[in-house]
Design a protein around this ligand. Structure first.
Ligand SMILES: C[S@@+](CC[C@H](N)C(=O)[O-])C[C@H]1O[C@@H](n2cnc3c(N)ncnc32)[C@H](O)[C@@H]1O
Length: 492
């Protein structure tokens, strides 16, 4: 039986895990120390919390299948604490039915007949979305990606270092039985670890990108922590540098750079692609960020991975930056972050009724993104390639931004160009036409084992381009002129 105090603690913890986007396991381990819970209490709490998170989306789907009146009564009972509702339903329908009396919702709502109805809806929901398609399962099982830092070592050198520390190169499909173990001597004693944790394979779409299972400890490996030969970076975020194809000697502006992943990857890719020729005529990046805290982070990252000779950092507002020498721009502006699956899969579970703020916020982000994209395409006279990317899944921040700006810059010679042509998932049509949509790249967390991401690439032949161009910015009446800063997410 969970006491009232433990139920409150469970709900508080579930809310924290959801809001902070932090690892729930870490929060739970911290809790054990801070609250001085007995081993038994902590284990109980741990199980209830992890199970509630695992089934919460399924339970939400279950509630949505109920007749509207009953749905509303349930929402009313738990209005201010959605996670208490998911905990209550988990316990009632899938758990040990041990907290009903502690939570004590409206008796009418929990009549025998209504519980029966809940059961039926749960069965329907289960058939519609199997557990392995549920966001909680996908978030738990998302792969970890690490790309080789070619300034510090080659793919082959990283391979052999990994193999000499117990990792083994295999295929994505190969699985080991739970009995197969690998033995290491740690702190003077022999310890056994599941072999499955030590496998890795080479990604098929991004060069020099290694893939590890979700429970791998690669992030703590000395190649990542000390030698900096491996950089943990989500696969989708690697798409920009993978497809950018910067030429030797190019100057590229990374307009919204912090923490610097795309800038560093671009240089690393240059070294991988051109070998020693890169050092004779290197690609140079100007990495800009306007935010003081983010700019400091950018500098720390660039230094710790050894990129300071190739990346010049500038604290500035990109909208006030111009550069007549740059040939390429990477534009990865602030966005809703809705594609960051591990962080956001609980979003729809945090509020019982969708609030108006969502669409207002999207409109403002979209306005800011169009302004940034238009500046990149109009105010850099010698620029010939611009990528626009977001980790958002919304059309408002992706295809609609690209479409509206494209109409205004076609006269300058800009066209959408096919980006990463072998990648199967492309942009959405309407307002883009079929050809334009097919030029863009999208990723889907549910299908691609990576965050939701969008990239479009604009190109122009320089001979058609006037050397300077200024035009007033004209956007549709629905755009709204507030600074995006006032709508920054609580978590960024
Ligand atoms: C999505 S993050 C960039 C992530 C980065 N491209 C990477 O891959 O590591 C967006 C960044 O844009 C910066 N930013 C937003 N508006 C800006 C502006 N007008 N000028 C320069 N930087 C800006 C934010 O401070 C934030 O650090």
């Amino acid at each position: 039986m969970l006491s009232k105090e433990l139920v409150d603690l469970a709900v508080e913890t579930l809310e924290q895990c959801s809001k902070r986007g932090a690892s729930c396991k870490n929060i739970l381990y911290k809790l054990r120390k801070e609250r001085m819970l007995s081993q038994r209490q902590w284990k109980h709490l741990y199980a209830v919390i992890m199970q509630t998170r695992k089934y919460a989306t399924l339970l939400k789907e279950t509630v949505e299948l109920l007749p509207e009146a009953l749905q509303n009564s349930l929402y009313r009972c738990f209005d201010s604490r959605p996670w208490l509702l998911w905990l209550f339903l988990y316990d009632l329908l899938l758990g040990k039915n041990e907290i009903g009396s502690t939570v004590s919702p409206d008796e009418e709502v929990c009549s025998e007949q209504n519980v029966k109805l809940l059961w039926q809806c749960l069965e329907t929901a289960k058939k519609r979305t199997p557990l392995t398609d549920q966001p909680a399962w996908l978030a738990e099982n998302m792969y970890i990606y690490a790309r080789v830092n070619h300034l510090k070592g080659s793919l082959e050198a990283v391979h052999s270092s990994l193999e000499s520390s117990g990792y083994y190169n295999t295929t994505q499909e190969e699985t080991n039985s739970s009995e197969q173990v690998v033995t290491f001597v740690k702190k003077g004693a022999k310890r056994k670890y599941p072999l499955e944790l030590y496998k890795f394979w080479l990604d098929a779409d991004v060069s020099s990108l290694l893939v590890f299972p979700s429970n791998s400890k690669i992030a703590q490996h000395f190649l990542v922590r000390v030698r900096r030969k491996l950089v943990i970076q989500d696969k989708a975020s690697c798409f920009v540098a993978q497809g950018f194809d910067a030429q030797l000697g190019w100057k590229v502006v990374d307009a919204c750079a912090s923490p610097g992943n795309k800038s560093m990857h671009l240089i690393s890719k240059g070294v991988e692609q051109h070998g020693d020729k890169f050092y004779n005529n290197p690609i140079k990046v100007i990495a800009i960020d306007r935010d003081k805290r983010r700019f400091d982070l950018l500098n720390r990252t660039i230094h710790s991975f050894g990129y300071e000779s190739y990346i010049d950092t500038q604290r500035a507002d990109f909208l006030e930056w111009s550069d007549k020498d740059c040939q390429g721009i990477i534009l990865d502006p602030s966005c809703s972050g809705s594609g960051l699956f591990k962080r956001n899969w609980t979003d729809s579970l945090d509020e019982l009724q969708q609030k108006e703020t969502h669409s207002t916020r999207l409109r403002q982000l979209s306005f800011f993104q169009k302004k940034m994209l238009r500046h990149a395409l109009c105010d850099f006279p010698n620029c010939r390639r611009v990528t626009y990317s977001t980790c958002s899944i919304y059309k408002e921040e992706n295809e609609i931004v690209v479409y509206e700006v494209l109409q205004q810059v076609k006269d300058l010679g800009w066209k959408l160009t096919q980006f990463l042509p072998k990648w199967p998932r492309r942009g959405f049509t309407d307002p883009l036409n079929a050809e334009e949509a097919a030029a863009c790249v999208r990723t889907d967390p549910k299908l691609d084992h990576t965050n939701g991401f969008f990239v479009a690439c604009f190109e122009r032949a320089l001979s058609n381009t006037p050397l300077s161009y200024k035009n007033p910015i004209v956007f549709s009446a629905s755009d709204c002129n507030r600074s995006v800063n006032s709508f920054k997410r609580k978590r960024t």
